[in-house]
Design a protein around this ligand. Structure first.
Ligand code: NDP
Length: 282
């Protein structure tokens, strides 16, 4: 068997294209504020990509950049200003933050109705109880890709490897909401291979290159590789051994070009949704 590719670039373009009529129907363009603190090169690239896409979609957007020495009180005051700004529908603070800034305090400061990154504890609680809120962007992207396979999710054996608040935990919730039977594996899991062998859906979100061996994959499984790892030779690879896994799986996401591009598309979708809610249209 040779897997069909879940092309995140093409699917994210479709997701973004589908937003156009919703944006046009709003009384004003959706507003997104992206805050970057410090000079982490990877964060700078992520922020640039997000603001570029917001620009392309005609959002009113602002990129606010601060030096790494920014005081926490100043960042919190900035967030308070954005919370109060009626033209801002979404606030995203790019992580990781410099060490002296408390991630939890910063996240807690964001108005949950503008938490388009879906990382606020209120967003996590709403998701947990299957109530409307904001689903964090990478997990939402994983589910969008999964839906595109057309596979029956009800009752499917799903394995999520990783339990971070950013990816693993919300993905597990979403799979459970889709009526999968979900197992969550982590660094203390005994015999990961055995869990992978049983899974009809595997979501790998660890950050260790090629740790999921291709030979473990159940024939016909759907493999969603969230991991993004840079090898010493500069190549980007996922957490799954791609070529041998693709021999056995029915569907697989490549790295790069799989889950990665979906994250920005879902951020745009969340920002449009936030604007719609602000105008009582969702
Ligand atoms: P974290 O480091 O926060 O979490 C990693 C998880 O993997 C932890 O739960 C950890 O377990 C688990 N883990 C570590 N070692 C093992 C092991 N040997 N077996 C099983 N589980 C293990 O990472 P993130 O969730 O933030 O990110 C995961 C990956 O996804 C990274 O490569 C990151 O770059 C990528 N990523 C990609 C995005 C995209 O847009 N495509 C967005 C966000 C992240 P424990 O809890 O026990 O420590």
């Amino acid at each position: 068997m040779s897997a069909q590719i879940l092309d995140g670039k093409a699917i994210s373009a479709e997701v973004v294209a589908a937003l156009a009529p919703r944006i046009a129907a709003l009384p004003r363009p959706p507003g997104l504020a992206v805050v970057l603190v410090g000079d982490d090169p990877a964060s700078a690239v992520y922020v640039r990509n997000k603001t570029r896409m917001a620009e392309r979609l005609g959002f009113s957007h602002q990129q606010i950049t601060h030096p790494a020495t920014l005081a926490e009180a100043e960042l919190l005051a900035e967030i308070a200003r954005l919370n109060a700004d009626p033209t801002v529908d979404g606030i995203l603070v790019q992580f990781p933050l410099p060490k002296h800034l408390d991630r939890v305090k910063v996240l807690d400061a964001i108005d949950p109705t503008k938490d388009v990154d879906g990382l606020h504890v209120v967003s996590a609680g709403l998701l947990s109880q299957k109530r409307p809120g904001f689903v964090s962007c990478t997990p939402a992207g994983v589910m969008e890709l999964l839906t595109r396979t057309g596979a029956t999710l009800r009752g499917a054996e799903a394995l999520v490897i990783g339990r971070s608040d950013l990816v693993g935990r919300p993905v597990a919730r979403l799979l459970e909401h889709a009526d999968c039977t979900v197992t969550v594996a982590h660094s203390r899991t005994r015999d990961l291979a055995e869990h992978v062998r049983r899974a009809e859906i595997v979501v790998a979100a660890v950050g260790v290159p090629g740790m999921v061996k291709g030979e473990w994959i159940r024939p016909g499984a759907i493999v969603l590789d969230v991991g993004i790892n840079r090898l010493p030779d500069g190549r980007l690879v996922g957490d799954v051994e791609y070529a041998p896994a693709a021999e056995r799986a029915a569907w697989i996401t490549p790295v790069p070009g799989g889950v990665g591009p979906m994250t920005i598309a879902m951020l745009m979708a969340n920002t449009v949704l936030s604007a719609e809610r602000r105008f009582g249209r969702a």
